[in-house]
Ligand binder design. Structure first.
Ligand code: FE
Length: 236
């Protein structure tokens, strides 16, 4: 079958997990990216692929600066959800994450971060849905030692999902129908981001008191991590 594309061949490509940040008119924004790689040594350059639909893309196009923070393996899911499943059009993400301003004027996320680098865009390639930015690194800093979070670990161990604008999005997962338990303390998992609703804890951020069964959540309740609707949850 010469020329046939087995999409599973792409699953074997390895990726990391990063927060890519930029700035426009003094406003910072950032997003999760898994496609960051060094492309040359002297001077040091990295390539970053960003969806044209994302606000960070607009910011990078405007300011020509970006920063990459390499996340540690212990990074909590809500932090990934903040940058991966919420839009800077709705919230100020950087107000919820520790960061510093780099030499390029770009915000650099320091929370859950092993190291970060920042630089200026010197070239880009139009990849259709995405732009691949070539960035000359102007500064780089190691904050702590640790194991970098890989995309495989995020998916396999943390049970994380890809955002629709990820270059590696694999389409909607097929929904299995697990047997529903008739207990009101049943936990439910978000099929989009992997957040688990635990009735014993409720959702204090969403004003849902502890002890509220999933079935009793208001119909317009949404996932506190990624904003998915109640219908996107499956019983565990
Ligand atoms: Fe979610």
């Amino acid at each position: 079958m010469d020329g046939a594309i087995d999409s599973k061949a792409f699953y074997d490509i390895s990726y990391g997990l990063y927060v890519v940040t930029s700035v426009k008119d003094g406003k910072p924004n950032g997003q999760i990216a898994n496609t960051v790689f060094q492309v040359s040594g002297k001077p040091a350059k990295v390539a970053v692929s960003i969806s044209k639909e994302n606000l960070t893309h607009d910011y990078i196009m405007a300011s020509k600066v970006l920063a990459v923070s390499t996340l540690e393996e212990e990074t909590p899911m809500p932090f990934i959800g903040l940058f991966g499943f919420k839009s800077g059009r709705d919230i100020d993400k950087l107000s919820q994450a520790a960061h510093t301003t780099g030499v390029t004027g770009c915000p650099c996320v320091t929370e859950n971060t092993l190291s970060y680098l920042e630089g200026t865009v010197i070239d880009s390639a139009d990849a259709g849905t995405h732009t691949v930015f070539i960035v000359e690194v102007k500064a780089a800093k190691v904050l702590k030692k640790g194991t970098p979070l890989t995309y495989a670990y995020y998916q396999d161990v943390k049970k994380g999902k890809a955002s629709q604008n990820a270059p590696t999005y694999r389409g909607e997962p097929t929904k299995s129908e697990p047997e529903k338990k008739e207990t009101s303390m049943q936990k439910y998992e978000c099929s989009v981001c992997g957040y688990i609703y635990d009735p014993e804890k409720g959702d204090p951020e969403g004003n849902i008191p502890a002890g509220t069964p999933f079935e009793k959540l208001p119909e317009d309740w949404s996932c506190p991590v990624c904003g998915a609707s109640k219908g996107d949850f499956n019983p565990l």
